[in-house]
Design a protein around this ligand. Structure first.
Ligand code: ADP
Ligand SMILES: O=C(O)[C@@H](O)C(=O)COP(=O)(O)O
Length: 429
């Protein structure tokens, strides 16, 4: 069988989200490459890919910039022949008050000539489900899950129809669970009916992977699909059904020798627990004091000196702090500015540590991962086996490869850092 070319192209609005969906496609048996930004169409790293995930850092930037970047990613993906496009955003629908999920979806749909587009953020493996248009995290509504305190994208409303409507020009509707449970034909009929009524965006309920599978089947012919990584789990099946996948084992990565480090810039509840667990085990940890950073003190140099002083151990360098401390810092400095300062500092620290022989990086936080990966000048990632749901091991595609675990703030069990370090060093996680 001749190589069918790239089948699925994803545009991810942050870097951990990108590795999440890339890992999902790999698990589903597709040879997948994650690019950091938009590569050249002839870049050798994408030569044998069946799926390409373009990682953007567009979740919290101005909506018009997010649209421009996403359309450029779309142009690239179409130029290499992608047959289906997935716009991947967060399973907790992270967005600022002014976007960007609505504007980017509408711009992509317009460019692709698609009248109605689904929004399916549900990710049951990580406890994110959508019921009657409301997003739950575990047993609680999104706005009670800790996400209401997110440093950059506080989510204060769990009603996704309302949230998406506030960001969109077109009308937003709902395909509810009772329709999903009746099967793909009923979902298609529901989509057709909504389209006839002038709806152009449809939040779709899903509380299980089985629901997502049916939705994937129902939207087999949609050239654009949007959602979390859960929706991608079954998309490869649509291509498998037409016998165009190579079937090669997609997840074998080389082991990367060198030192390692954990960098945490997420403010999420789960990362706070993971940091606490590290300290309970009395492992070395350096806390980035954001007020000192803002005052121009040499925090980056201190963090690097801390690393040097613990040469025979793995260190954690973190800015992660509980919600009340975060609020205090944000009130003093401003949320956006504080976030940028922390990201910049962690990026510089990552550069210095690479110069000291660090080759394996565990990074917590989506924006944080974006900053670190860009500072390390990584251009692409090969995707390996999962360390936790939504977090695969990865190895950069360059000549001096780095091993990276890019973790969404809220993903992973409390011992994730240990597991990730083990997985990146070639051990079993
Ligand atoms: N102590 C802190 N004070 C202010 N901002 C912080 C602090 N710690 C982290 N941040 C910022 O909060 C943001 C966290 O976002 P992100 O890395 O995407 O984490 P998550 O994956 O949990 O969303 C980043 O911009 C980061 O720089
Ligand atoms: O869908 C998800 O939950 C993740 O893939 C994701 O996008 C993570 O974003 P951050 O929590 O900002 O890392």
């Amino acid at each position: 069988m001749s190589r069918p070319g790239v089948l699925i192209g994803c545009i991810a609005d942050d870097f951990t989200g990108a590795t999440d969906i890339a890992g999902t496609l790999v698990r589903a048996g597709m040879k997948t490459v994650q690019t950091i930004g938009i590569p050249d169409a002839h870049d050798p790293m994408i030569a044998n890919a069946e799926a390409i995930v373009v990682a953007l850092k567009s979740r919290t930037i101005a909506a018009r910039d997010a649209v421009t970047q996403s359309l450029a990613a779309l142009d690239f993906l179409r130029s290499v022949g992608c047959r289906q496009i997935v716009f991947k955003y967060c399973s907790t629908f992270d967005s600022t008050e002014k976007g960007n999920i609505g504007p980017v979806t509408e711009a992509l749909a317009k460019a692709l000539g698609q009248k109605v587009t689904i929004a399916a953020p549900s990710f049951p493996a990580n406890g994110r489900t959508v019921y009657n248009g409301h997003l739950f995290v575990g047993h609680v509504l999104l706005n009670e899950s800790g996400m209401q305190n997110h440093p950059l994208t506080p989510m204060k409303d769990a009603n996704l129809v309302r949230v998406l409507q506030a960001q969109s020009k077109g009308a937003v509707g709902l395909i509810d669970l009772s329709t999903v449970l009746k099967g793909a034909e009923h979902i298609r009929a529901g989509i057709e009916k909504a389209t006839a009524e002038g709806v152009s965006l449809l939040v779709v309920d899903a509380i299980s992977e089985a629901d997502l599978r049916i939705i994937g089947q129902a939207c087999r012919d949609h050239i654009l699909i949007t959602g979390g990584s859960g929706i991608a789990l079954n998309l490869p099946d649509n291509f498998r059904a037409s016998n165009v996948l190579s079937g090669v084992d997609a997840a074998v990565l080389p082991t990367i020798a060198g030192k390692d480090v954990v960098l945490a810039g997420s403010g999420s509840l789960r990362t706070n627990l993971q940091v606490a667990r590290w300290m309970e085990a009395a492992r070395p940890a350096y806390r980035i004091d954001v007020m000192k950073l803002a005052a121009g003190e040499p925090v980056v140099e201190e963090a690097v000196a801390f690393f040097d002083a613990h040469a025979d151990q793995t260190v954690l360098i973190y800015a992660t702090s509980p919600a009340d401390e975060l609020r205090h810092v944000q009130a003093a400095i401003g949320a956006q500015k504080a976030g940028e300062m922390v990201e910049h500092a962690l990026g510089r620290i990552a550069q210095s540590l690479r110069n000291r022989g660090v080759r394996r990086f565990v990074v917590a936080g989506g924006e944080t991962s974006g900053a670190v990966v860009q500072a390390l000048d990584v251009k692409g990632l090969r995707i390996g086996a999962p360390i936790a749901p939504g977090v695969p091991a990865t190895v950069s595609t360059d000549d001096a490869p780095l091993a990276l675990a890019l973790k969404s703030g809220n993903f992973g069990e409390v011992d994730f850092f240990e597991k990730a370090l083990l997985a990146l060093s070639g051990g079993q996680s």
